[in-house]
Design a protein around this ligand. Structure first.
Ligand SMILES: [Zn+2]
Length: 378
């Protein structure tokens, strides 16, 4: 196999059609004989068409999320290699890379069904998928994007087995043979909606629509979806959050157990007010994906009159203009200093994944308190 050492020797491909997949491209081995990747060069403006295509491959319906992103400003480099990036994004299949448990330690991907009393339980949706690719907008040629597949065996786990979709031989659980695993993203979105207390029929409709975008519509899909939504509702209603009789201790224990989903925690003291900021990994991904170059909104009306500690929900809007809750902040303080503290923590978290992350606008319902921190932090 011939190995190409310079990007300039790779021809630009622009496959016809609204979207296309890796199978529509001719891949070139690029690098050195010791280390080389499969690469292809496409017009930068067609990157989305490629990503949408890669998400809708019939054998492995999925989504790709940004696992890491970096950006440079034009003209910031005086000398550079031909494959240097202007924008760098590592996309990872949303069935991977790993499954995180309470406290944030990595759980091994489950290959077998664990015997729980909840018979509806399907194996974890995080399946340890290793499928990932890099998109580099080229510094020397910003109109072109270099696609890099480090290993183009698609949608397999570390052991090399297909780990989701209809070809997954470990599909266990009711209806798993016909209904592919529903990726984490949909499940978590549905859970978030249940937590918010949105009526079950609305959640169900939203859930079925999302699932059908993966695997088309059939009655089995709709049936298992409605069962799933109903069961999640019951589980959430029955769950209890009181870990200790003392609320302050209870919160500390909760934060300790949910480190990975806590972006800020400030315990109440004589000088500081209580702030708790919650954002799951999935919410972070949605914030990065839909907040970038787009709008974010803060809704701090929930519980303002009723609760001692009101809840502020931060929202982004998906491609169909549905609002997605991407973070929650529980605090009584609307002090500029405190608002600024949690906003900065939130922005820092997004930028630790994608340093280029930036929103275009912020909609607020309490202009006086939040204006200055937004100007500073976003
Ligand atoms: Zn995958």
């Amino acid at each position: 196999m011939e190995i190409i050492e310079s990007i300039e020797d790779i021809r630009l491909q622009d496959p016809p059609g609204e979207e296309f997949t890796s199978a529509d491209l001719t891949w070139t081995k690029y690098g050195t004989s010791e280390h080389h990747d499969d690469v292809a060069v496409i017009p930068y403006e067609r990157v989305d068409a490629f990503i949408i295509g890669e998400c809708s491959i019939a054998e492995c319906p999925t989504r790709f999320h940004i696992e890491k992103g970096r950006k440079r400003t034009r003209g910031s480099l005086t000398s550079y290699k031909s494959d240097e990036y202007l924008e760098y994004r590592l996309y990872w299949c949303s069935f991977g890379p790993e499954n995180y448990g309470e406290g944030g330690e990595i759980l091994p991907s489950r290959r077998y069904r664990i015997n729980t009393r909840n018979r509806a339980a399907r194996p974890q949706s995080m399946r340890g998928c290793t499928c990932n690719f890099i998109v580099k907008r080229l510094y020397a040629r910003p109109s072109a994007a270099l696609l890099i597949y480090n290993d183009r065996r698609q949608h397999v786990n570390k052991s090399g087995f297909v780990c989701h979709g209809p070809l997954d031989r470990d599909a266990i659980g009711p209806g798993a043979k016909t209904v592919p695993y529903i990726c984490d993203e949909i499940q978590q979105q549905t859970m978030a909606l249940i937590y918010l207390g949105i009526p079950e029929e609305n959640i169900l409709q939203n859930h079925i629509e999302s699932v059908q975008r993966y695997c088309g519509s059939n009655s089995k899909v709709s049936m298992s979806a409605s069962e799933y939504v109903r069961k999640m509702g019951i589980i959430i209603r029955r769950s209890t959050h009181e870990l200790d009789l003392d609320d302050q201790v209870s919160i500390k224990l909760w934060v300790e157990k949910n480190k990975k989903s806590t972006f800020i925690y400030q315990d109440a003291s004589d000088t500081d007010s209580f702030i708790l900021g919650i954002q799951t990994e999935w919410q972070l991904q949605q914030m990065i994906r839909f907040g970038h170059h787009s709008l974010m909104a803060a809704d701090s009306t929930f519980g303002l009159k009723k609760l001692k500690y009101p809840l502020c929900t931060l929202l982004v809007f998906d491609s169909r203009h549905h609002a997605l809750p991407v973070a929650w902040v529980i605090t009584r303080s609307f002090d500029k200093q405190d608002v600024s503290k949690w906003m900065k923590a939130l922005v820092d978290r997004a930028r630790s994944v994608d340093s280029a992350w930036k929103i275009n606008g912020f909609m607020i319902d309490d202009a006086a308190a939040e204006m200055d921190p937004i100007r500073q932090d976003f």
